[in-house]
Write a protein of this length. Structure first.
Length: 148
């Protein structure tokens, strides 16, 4: 049975893919749960037209994401944190603070798209974070944690 997926399903496929599954699985689970639709000839034509239009929009989004990556290349962030006399931070530096620091540099990135490389930041020093701009477009930024 051929289906068009409406969302990502582990071990089956990604959204908008046409996949072949066993008839019972498709008829009894995927279609009733709203995860897929039947891939009839008419549905395939509509799907191909939608994908063609979406490809144009995605090319624009990718171009914008590349521009954001270029603007992030030279940025060095400084995050201030309250510390003890030994350099230990009270609490830790989070992705929220990184997103706010990027916003001050006029680069808007959601905090959920920022991953701090390594373990939690508990001391003053230099660190790196991975910033995902678009699906598979990401970059690393350097930041320094200083004592306030």
């Amino acid at each position: 049975m051929e289906l068009i997926l409406k969302q990502d399903i582990p071990n089956i496929g990604h959204k908008d893919e046409i996949v072949t599954v066993k008839a019972g699985y498709g008829r009894n689970y995927l279609i009733p749960q709203g995860m897929a639709t039947l891939a009839t000839e008419r549905a395939k034509k509509i799907h191909s037209e939608n994908m063609r239009q979406r490809a144009h929009k995605e090319a624009k989004l990718r171009q914008d994401a590349e521009g954001v990556v270029k603007s992030l290349e030279g940025i060095k962030l400084t995050i201030g944190a309250k510390t003890s006399s030994t350099g230990k931070i009270f609490g830790s530096v989070t992705t929220i603070q990184l997103a706010e620091a990027l916003a001050q540099k006029s680069v808007e990135v959601e905090r959920k798209n920022i991953k701090i490389i390594g373990s939690a930041i508990k001391e003053v020093g230099n660190y790196k974070a991975n910033v995902r701009i678009y699906k598979d477009i990401s970059t690393e930024i350097d930041f320094e944690v200083i004592s306030e």
